[in-house]
Design a protein around this ligand. Sequence first.
Ligand code: MLT
Length: 311
Amino acid sequence: MPERGENMYRIQTFNNIAIRGLERYPRETYEVASSLPDPDAFMLRSHNLHETPIPDSVVAVGRAGSGVNNIPVDLLSERGVAVFNAPGANANAVKELVIGGLLLAARNLIPAAEYLRGLDGDLPDFEKRVEDGKKRFVGFELPGRTLGVIGLGAIGVKIANAARGLGMHVIGYDPKITVESAWRLASDVERARSVDAVVSQADVITFHVPLNDQTRNILDATRIRSLKPGAIVINLARDGIVDDTALGAALDAGRVHAYVSDFPTPALIRHPRVITLPHLGASTVESEENCAVMIADQLRDYLEHGNVVNS
Ligand code: MLT
């Protein structure tokens, strides 16, 4: 168990950590600040730890989020540093954004609003645009449509169940989930045998997998060609999961209806069929607090008792 003189622990924080999580550290036993000598632990959210020197005093790193791409996990593991994350703490926030993005895209709400907002107050033109817009931005409804979910962890399961509540048929694929009990969490989800099976059947496809060698470009040019005409693609998981260049071409050709991405690329940011967001998936008051509290509890448990709940 890591020790520090007088049972004092030092937690160094980086930007964007919810204050509520920091309140888990009692002042009698913890110093918490953005700059500290010989910290025992780092607590961070989006900060890139690959480019930050990590002092030998650090015995644990906590990420207030689920992904750990911004942390050199292998290097830290070799050094015996425990790495914690907060799986599931932001699942509801991501679910709501996926469903919101899906509805925006299905009903063409962003281009329709932009079409009207482009007016300069000229009334006849305004009336004409209202009339035109009503015809131009006809959307589609969700009941009976198929949602494909790649990755059925805490987030994917919540999205699957929400989509079922909206009357959608849901087909899912997750290479890691093999036991039947895990599939039962996602009630009424058709179990696909491959990513390709989901891609070819989905009217809307959403990704909820970490970025690694197996998932990089998982929606590549070949799979983009097998998407159903008019499909909607949603990526709130990680940049690099979708081949944005190939998808941009499919959007240009009108083969894909819309792309909702939490990872804006300059080439697509102004595309009329693309909704890009500044990585907002976990950005709710509740999610930031849930993540910070989950990480603070894990770091305390490790520093004070040597317990590893999630690593
Ligand atoms: C996550 O991995 O959970 C998100 O990237 C969290 C965040 O927005 O920082």
